[in-house]
Each structure stands twice: as structure tokens, then as C-alpha cells.
Design a protein around this ligand. Structure first.
Ligand SMILES: O=P(O)(O)OC[C@H]1O[C@H](O[C@H]2O[C@H](CO)[C@@H](O)[C@H](O)[C@H]2O)[C@H](O)[C@@H](O)[C@@H]1O
Length: 375
């Protein structure tokens, strides 16, 4: 730990962290699968959890069903009379476009401090086959840079913090890597920090590092026989990608992952977009990271804060849920498909995210200019 960094104690009570040593749950999918669009299988969470208690082929089938459900590939039909289109339209009523509702969003945020939380993959960069090539465009980078001039901004990602920084390449932002288990803030002197503390460094799962490295190596070895499988070391968690694995081989891959995980009761499994995520069982996720960052920014018990979280996958639901439960700010889901979500608004793809961020910048610029003109 450098003098500049404050490593916040792992047992910080306000976040109700469980001791890693005290938890010994079997690995389970803990998040609800999305409502799948036309053609995909949807499994209820209870059924999923019940099935996961059963060993043998049925359990693996459940894994595969869940892998399929997390990876919708069908767009809503353009046939207006089809039930899929009805489903899409009614979903849009409950999760309208954040671009179309921009003025209303601004109205709701009036008099409050907007704080921005942005997921990376699928939100700032388009989803691509090769995770090492998920670059964000220069235009998006320039927009995020402008955004961060006006609002405190955090990038919250499942990726390793260094990796996501190497893609975003912007100083002065907060970065929460490994699903929020590795948080670093800008160095001392950030204009947003109400308390003039040193930069933050928060790593609640640091005890797990040796275990994660061990599991990473075992998964690389175990899955090497499955063509297309790729294991990514995200420091405090591991991703097993199946985007490039033939669907016929998903069950084989699920078996391989399960055979490794059954030896590690202190790790759990969640899912993203065509990816199995292996992470510590500690009670920490993107939602807790959001609360931690708000507190670090000095907005712990403030009613005049308006956090906006934009994300595209299941792991972002933890953050959407926190905002919904706090009744503060709003969550925006990036998706072209109707999904079961706690977000209030939607955007279809990263290009729409960029337009939304640009509108926030334009609005803030104009309102600052008007404020100055009035003085
Ligand atoms: O929280 P995020 O920033 O959204 O990170 C979640 C995972 O994103 C990456 O995987 C996803 O994007 C890849 C590149 O577009 C794509 O190939 C993959 O199928 C997606 O799941 C990243 O590689 C993972 O490590 C992150 O956990």
C-alpha cells in the first residue's frame, strides 16, 4: 500500500461483508436468467437453483440451458402482429429509451449531483468475439472524457482493473475492476472528492488471490481440449468464455468447469454474455461497489445525489437493484432484447450510450453557461 492509497479494511461493517473463511456455499448461478426473446429457453430462478442441487446429467443440462438463456441471439420480429413484438412493445413501455426520455430524466435530476457509473463491455464497447480486442472507439473515449469533466465518473467492469484501464485510457476516473472487487480512485486532489482524502484503493477479496490463480491455471488446463474455449484471468475472478465454442460442446465445457469448481466451495459461479464467471463467495458485487463509491465521494447519506448506472448484463443487475431499492437515480439497461431487469430505462447499443452521454454533456455545458450568464 502506498502512502497515497487508503486500503479500506475488508471487514468494513457498513457493507456487511462476509468473512471469506466463513462462507462455504456450493457454486451456484445466483442471478435470475433474463426473460429470453423468441426461441430461447427461460428457466425460473427457483427451478434453476433446485436443479443445481441435483448431481448428474440433469444438472449439467441446467447449466447449458442457463448458458443459452444468458445469450439471446434473436431480435424481436418486425411483424407487428407477432406475440414477440407485443412482448417487446410492452417491455419498452416499462423500460423506455433513455434518449427519448432524456428531458424527463434531467427534470428528475434537478438540484441533485449526477454521478455516472459505466459498465465497459457491451456498454462502452461493442461485444466482439475476441475479448482482447474489445476496443472502445476514439469518439466514445472523447465523450467519456468530456463527461468526466462535468460529473464524477466510474467505470465498473468484470474485467481486471488494469485491463479495463488499458482500454479506456482516461485518468481522473474511478475504476472498479473484477466486478467491483478492485476499486481505485483518482489520486489525491480529485475535484469531486468532498473530503480531501488520499486516493482510494479497495480490494475486499485480496485473500482470494492465490485461490483464483490456482483455479485459473486448472481451468486453462481442463478446458484446453474444448475448441474455442478461452479462460481470462480477471485478477479477483476468472471468466470462461464460450462465445467461440460450438453449442454442441457447451455441455462438455460446463462439465469441465464444474469438475474444477467442485473442489472450491469458497468460489461461486455467475453468468454474463456467453461467459461463465467464477468469483469469491464474499457478499460483494457491482451494487456494493456503487454504494462504496458513493460513500467515498461523500454522498453516503445524501438525498441530493442522482447516480446513473448504465450496463448490459446480468452482473449489472446488482447495481440496478441497489438504485431501485434506494429510490435514487436510475439504471439504464443496454439491450436490444426484452430482459428481466431492475433498470428503469433502456438503450439499444453502445452508440446510443454515447449519444446519451453526449446529451448529458451538452445539457450540463448549457446549464453552466446559463448559470454564469445570470451572475
Ligand atoms: O462488466 P463488463 O465490463 O461488461 O465485463 C463483463 C465481461 O466482459 C468481457 O466479456 C464480454 O465481452 C467480450 C468482448 O466483447 C465478449 O467476447 C464476451 O463474450 C463477453 O462476455 C470480458 O472479457 C469478461 O472478462 C468480463 O467479465
Amino acid at each position: 500500500m502506498t502512502k497515497q492509497n487508503v486500503a479500506v479494511s475488508y471487514a468494513k461493517p457498513s457493507f456487511n461483508l462476509g468473512s471469506p473463511m466463513a462462507v462455504s456455499n456450493p457454486p451456484v448461478f445466483v442471478q435470475k436468467p433474463p426473460v429470453a426473446p423468441g426461441g430461447c429457453i427461460t428457466i425460473s430462478r427457483n427451478k434453476l437453483l433446485k436443479n443445481l442441487e441435483i448431481n448428474g446429467p440433469q444438472r449439467i443440462n441446467t447449466w447449458v440451458d442457463s448458458m443459452r438463456a444468458s445469450s439471446p441471439t434473436h431480435r424481436p420480429s418486425t411483424d407487428l402482429s407477432s406475440p414477440t413484438e407485443d412482448h417487446y412493445s410492452s417491455w419498452m413501455i416499462h423500460h423506455p429509451s433513455a434518449l427519448e426520455m432524456f428531458d424527463r430524466i434531467i427534470e428528475t435530476s434537478k438540484g441533485k449531483h449526477i454521478v455516472m457509473f459505466l459498465d465497459y463491455d457491451g456498454t462502452l464497447s461493442p461485444i466482439v468475439d475476441d475479448p482482447d480486442r474489445a476496443f472502445m472507439s476514439d469518439k466514445m473515449r472523447a465523450t467519456v472524457k468530456k463527461l468526466a469533466r462535468y460529473f464524477p465518473t466510474a467505470i465498473v467492469s468484470g474485467r481486471c482493473r488494469d485491463k479495463v484501464y488499458s482500454f479506456v485510457k482516461l485518468a481522473g476516473l474511478y475504476y472498479a475492476g473484477s466486478h467491483g472487487m478492485d476499486i481505485k480512485g483518482p489520486a489525491k486532489g480529485s475535484k469531486y472528492k468532498k473530503n480531501d482524502q488520499a486516493g482510494i484503493l479497495f480490494q475486499p477479496a485480496s485473500d482470494y488471490l492465490p485461490m483464483i490463480n490456482e483455479v485459473y491455471n486448472e481451468l486453462v488446463e481442463k478446458t484446453s481440449s474444448t475448441p474455442g474455449a478461452m479462460v481470462e484471468n480477471n485478477r479477483f475472478c476468472v471468466s470462461v468464455h464460450f462465445r467461440r465454442v460450438d453449442e454442441k460442446k457447451w455441455s462438455e465445457l460446463a462439465q469441465q468447469v464444474r469438475s474444477v469448481l467442485k473442489e472450491y466451495p469458497k468460489l461461486r459461479l455467475t453468468q454474463g454474455r456467453k461467459v461463465l464467471e467464477i468469483r469469491p463467495t464474499i457478499k460483494w458485487d457491482k451494487g456494493k461497489a456503487l454504494e462504496f463509491l458513493l460513500e467515498s465521494l461523500g454522498f453516503a447519506n445524501c438525498s441530493d445525489v442522482f447516480p446513473v448506472y448504465i450496463g448490459d448484463d446480468r452482473t449489472d443487475e446488482d447495481a440496478f437493484k441497489i438504485l431501485r431499492d434506494r429510490g435514487q437515480g436510475l439504471g439504464i439497461l443496454v439491450s436490444k432484447f426484452p430482459k428481466d431487469t431492475s433498470a428503469s430505462y433502456s438503450l439499444q447499443e453502445p452508440s446510443e450510450v454515447m449519444n446519451f452521454l453526449q446529451r448529458l454533456v451538452d445539457w450540463k455545458r448549457l446549464s453552466s453557461y446559463r448559470g454564469q450568464a445570470r451572475v
